[in-house]
Design a protein around this ligand. Structure first.
Ligand code: WQD
Length: 339
């Protein structure tokens, strides 16, 4: 039994590939390398380069590798890009997933793990946010993921597909052994930007909004370590293989949050020097607070996070950035791509 990881050359998918390899579970990656990196796929894990909506390719891959479960990470995840190009977001995240599911139904593959997002909840959900909270996505990105969640429910009912939908809160950090991390030069998430700022790799740091209704006026997020998130996928796989039927929707977060100022202070501590940041107006469409009610995943999957500490997350992110930077300095010919 082998797991097909779509988007396994990307940030989160590559950590899933590592987690499966560490657990001795065979896996294959399918990635079109549009935003992923060949070198992110761990050694020993085969890479099929192609599109999740290429039915012939998917059917061939399912048969060749005896796939029993698909973990679907491949997506366009940049919220601002989805606002500029909503049809692109729906095409990549909803239509292509529809095509992938068509192939799975045709090949009688019965298990599916889906990467969804806290962005399905919208701007002002009750906090902490449980899976039962109303969904009202504020971006095409969130809507494209919510539509797929809905599609999965119907496909499950009609075709007996068992699935786990994981709604990610703010994913950060890097593999503690530095085998993978955030490789995208354009990554825009706070912890990556702060880590890069501390190394002088970008033009400094900005705080978007200092007058929010939060304890220190800045946005609060539930940051989850990417390796803990990968472990949650392995737990979801075990649940499905143990006979978990129907569908499960689970938040992936720790249940507590940190403000932008707290994150910047933590990166400063890890870097050994205080980080300067320019205060800017709040960003349109940013929730003030996003914190998971994370009880369901702990109860249903017996998932216990191992790196649920902001200082650990930030330290791993910073070590990864430093590692990439030294690699890059050593190999200037590869400067088009990080690490
Ligand atoms: C975190 C906080 C910013 C950058 C996004 C998506 C979400 C999910 C994760 C995929 C906010 C503030 C940020 C900066 C700052 N994606 N900030 N200065 O926006 O919470 O979530 O990524 O599933 O759907 O919306 O993440 O890291 O951009 O921001 O002050 O330079 O940091 O305003 O309060 P966000 P983020």
């Amino acid at each position: 039994m082998t797991v097909l990881i779509t988007g396994g050359a990307g940030y989160i998918g590559s950590h899933m590939a590592l987690a499966l390899r560490d657990a001795g579970e065979p896996a294959v990656v399918l990635d079109d390398l549009s935003t992923g990196f060949r070198e992110a796929v761990p050694e020993g894990v085969p890479l099929v380069v192609g599109d999740v909506a290429d039915e012939a390719l998917v059917l061939r891959t399912l048969a060749t590798h005896q796939i029993d479960t698909v973990a679907h990470f491949a997506a366009r995840i940049v919220v601002s890009e989805s606002v500029r190009d909503p049809l692109g977001a729906y095409a990549a995240n909803t239509c292509k997933t529809r095509a992938l599911l068509g192939a799975l139904v045709a090949a009688d593959v019965k298990r599916f793990i889906f990467s969804s997002t806290a962005a399905v909840y919208g701007l002002e959900p009750p906090t902490p946010t449980a899976e039962t909270a109303p969904c009202d996505p504020a971006s095409p990105y969130g809507a494209s993921k919510l539509m797929t969640e809905r599609m999965l429910r119907d496909v499950s009912a009609a075709h007996g597909l068992s699935y786990v939908t994981l709604r990610y809160f703010n994913v950060a950090g890097a593999d503690p052994q530095l085998r993978s991390g955030q490789r995208s030069p354009g990554a825009s998430n706070l912890i990556t930007l702060a880590a890069r700022a501390s190394l002088g790799l970008n033009d400094g740091l900005q705080i978007f909004g200092t007058d929010l209704p939060t304890p220190d006026g800045t946005g609060v997020r539930d940051y989850i370590h990417v390796s803990d998130l990968a472990d949650a996928h392995v737990a979801a796989l075990r649940h499905l293989r143990a006979g978990g039927s129907g569908g499960l929707t689970l938040n992936c977060g720790y249940g507590f949050g940190y403000s932008v100022r707290e994150v910047i202070a933590a990166v400063g501590r890890a870097a050994g020097r205080e980080l300067a940041a320019v205060e800017r107006p709040r960003r349109a469409g940013d929730p003030y607070v996003s914190i998971a009610d994370a009880s369901r995943i702990r109860e249903t999957l017996s998932w216990t996070p191992r790196r649920d500490d902001l200082d650990l997350i930030v330290a791993d992110a910073l070590r990864w950035e430093r590692f990439c930077w030294t690699e890059k300095a050593r190999r200037p010919e590869s400067s088009g791509r990080r690490a």
